[in-house]
Design a protein around this ligand. Sequence first.
Ligand code: BGC
Length: 390
Amino acid sequence: MTRAPVSFPPGFLWGVATGAHQTEGGNVASDWWYRETMPDSPVAEPCGDAVDSYHRWPEDLDLAAGAGFTDFRFGIEWSRVEPADGRISLAAVAHYRRVVEGAVERGLRPLVTLHHFTRPLWFAAAGGWLSQGATGRFLRYVDALAPVLEAGVERVETINEPNIVAMFPNLEGPLSDGLPVPDEATTEAMIAVHRASVDRLRANHPGLRVGWGVSVQDYRAEPGAEAALEAYAEPRDQVFLRASEGDDFVGVQTYTGGLLGADGSPVVNPDAERTQTGWEYTPDALGGAVRRVARVAGDVPIIVTENGVATADDARRVAYTTGALESLRAAMDDGADVRGYFHWSLLDNWEWGHWGPTFGLVWVDRATFARTPKPSLAWLGSLAPSGVPA
Ligand code: BGC
């Protein structure tokens, strides 16, 4: 039996999320491109042309708007805007301005991400986030984006998953072994860059709503493991959630959940259904994660800026998303201040080293780049809330 879809209040943001490097293709001036193409690269499958969204963005916007979505999250690629230290590409800036204008023309409210894992190669080579002057360099990029932001951007996510960025230095095994502890110096650097960016964006663009998007999974404690859970979660996401204080929103990006034992390590459930990325299939993780964010981040409004599932079975995607939305609605009914939901992702795209995991509402033929909607696209778009906020 099909369950009645949950509903969300008028004005609730209803969007799809994409990322720059995973969709655009040909980001040749980025550190990831370098890693993917160097001899003996540790990256199994390179991104290459990705799904050519750098050229096919009008089709992508048509698909999102045509399905009924009202909001669109996409990324701006710093290495395109500033391919060499201090050299701003006006053509790249004009490109992203056209994407914003294209979204607005189609009735989509743009939410743009300024940093989503990839950095210009020159910035990485100069020491990256821990180098002296990193914040100043990022602010110079932020300033260069004024023509893009002024074209109708409503919301900015400064940094995508700063907590995962801070884990990169300590990431060795698969994520199913549990998330490594974020590097402390990188954590501090991320928070400093974010706070400075929020101030700069607010000063230069009054009315723009600014936040960042934290990876928040639904960790739950086995009986007796409550203190261990707190110690696990604090450096991995809570410190970042608290650093959202004063922001216009905090983005929550949730995919899975699981139990933590009293020794502080994840309890592996051998019987759990797993997704293509090896994560436990836990639709209601979204509600659990949002409840924890509401407790930790205080008064900051929440936007779910990513949630989705890697599966080849589109019916499973609908089932997962139904469960996720029900758990989200229940958290809201219990008081969580949630303003919107963005599904990851519009398209099957490059999943950081692999093409296997398919998160998309739309299938992409990688030889022709032809896009074919899956049934889940129309289904999720049709749930878009209408009307204006009360
Ligand atoms: C990232 C996306 C990624 C998704 C699924 C998030 O961590 O922001 O880039 O594709 O999770 O793994």
